[in-house]
Design a protein. Structure first.
Length: 324
């Protein structure tokens, strides 16, 4: 319903109250749709929600400044086009076209809780930036049926260090095998991401793996066991034991390992992204279901075992030498 244009009344107190009441009543009647709230990025409809809320103070306020929001939204829109184009060039959309719905299913209930008046069609992507979030998330919401919901810590968004390409990879191609899901997301962020983001920032996954294994007696490359990492299912965090050290609190090393290994699979001439795609689609994310895939699938796709591929990857990292 288009609001009726009315001539502006002179600004007296009484008329101001009347005008305010009119605005409130027409807002309630019109109910802003997602189209009104969001914006179009490429052919995706995106809604940004920056609402921070303090219950003790009963106060609602933005999680990042208006100026930061504008920069963040520009980055976000650019990255959607960037990531979609990259996957399109690799034929991932075409290959998945049978299973890939045109619109993503994005979170009715959660969204309604956060925006009482929201009643329009759901956005493709809902970006929630909040001070309470410690990590970016979109794969875990997808597991709970809220695909398209993307959560970012405000402190990252404020300095344009949101892992946007990483999280978009989860939204576009969620996976039930957490090593493959995070490996691809870390790889895409590092390879084509337009901003620096967790966990690699200005390094590559390979450099991170080199940095914490090179010359280390505690975490030598030989102590990494990809077969264990390959058994982690979404939404369990991608933890890993390397020698005596268990990485659960800070998932950075397992993320770097997964990203580096996926990069090896994609970029090695004799392997390549088409074979990786064949492996990847064997463990699609089904909400509320767990499936790491069988260990045999590696041999079925690649003709060799995961252990064989792991040996090749470790050789590559070793050949890079220790960082200066
Ligand atoms: Zn992730």
């Amino acid at each position: 319903v288009k609001p009726v244009q009315r001539p502006q009344p002179p600004w007296t107190a009484g008329r101001a109250v009347a005008a305010l009441l009119l605005i409130l009543s027409s807002a309630a009647a019109a109910r802003p749709s997602a189209q009104d709230l969001g914006q179009q990025c490429g052919h995706r409809h995106v809604v940004f929600d920056y609402t921070d809320h303090n219950q003790n103070e009963n106060a609602t306020y933005p999680s990042i400044s208006y100026q930061q929001q504008k920069i963040y939204e520009k980055s976000f829109c650019d990255e959607i086009v960037n990531v979609e184009t990259w996957f399109a060039q690799k034929n991932w959309w075409t290959l998945l076209s049978d299973e890939q719905p045109e619109r993503f299913v994005a979170l009715p209930e959660t969204y309604l809780v956060r925006r009482g008046s929201f009643d329009g069609p759901y956005p493709d992507v809902l970006v929630v930036t909040n001070t309470d979030y410690q990590l970016s998330e979109s794969l875990v919401p997808a597991f709970y049926g809220h695909r398209g919901r993307m959560q970012f810590p405000a402190r990252r968004a404020a300095v344009n260090e949101g892992a946007i390409a990483h999280e978009l990879t989860h939204v576009f191609f969620p996976n039930s095998n957490r090593m493959l899901a995070e490996g691809l997301a870390v790889y895409v962020q590092s390879k084509i991401g337009k901003n620096l983001a967790y966990p690699t920032f200005d390094q590559t996954p390979d450099q991170l793996v080199q940095a914490f294994t090179c010359g280390s007696k505690k975490t030598p490359l030989s102590a990494i066991n990809l077969a264990a990492l390959d058994q982690v299912t979404t939404p369990t965090p991608l933890g890993l034991r390397i020698g005596p050290l268990v990485y659960e609190a800070d998932p950075s090393p397992p993320y770097a390992i997964a990203g580096s290994f996926v990069g090896y699979l994609i970029e090695t001439d004799t392997l390549g992204i088409d074979l990786f795609h064949q492996l990847y689609v064997r463990t699609p994310l089904v909400p509320l279901e767990r499936d790491a895939g069988s260990p045999e699938r590696w041999r079925e796709v690649y003709g060799v075992s995961l252990a064989d591929l792991e040996t090749g990857w470790k050789r590559k990292i070793t050949n890079l030498g220790c960082p200066p």
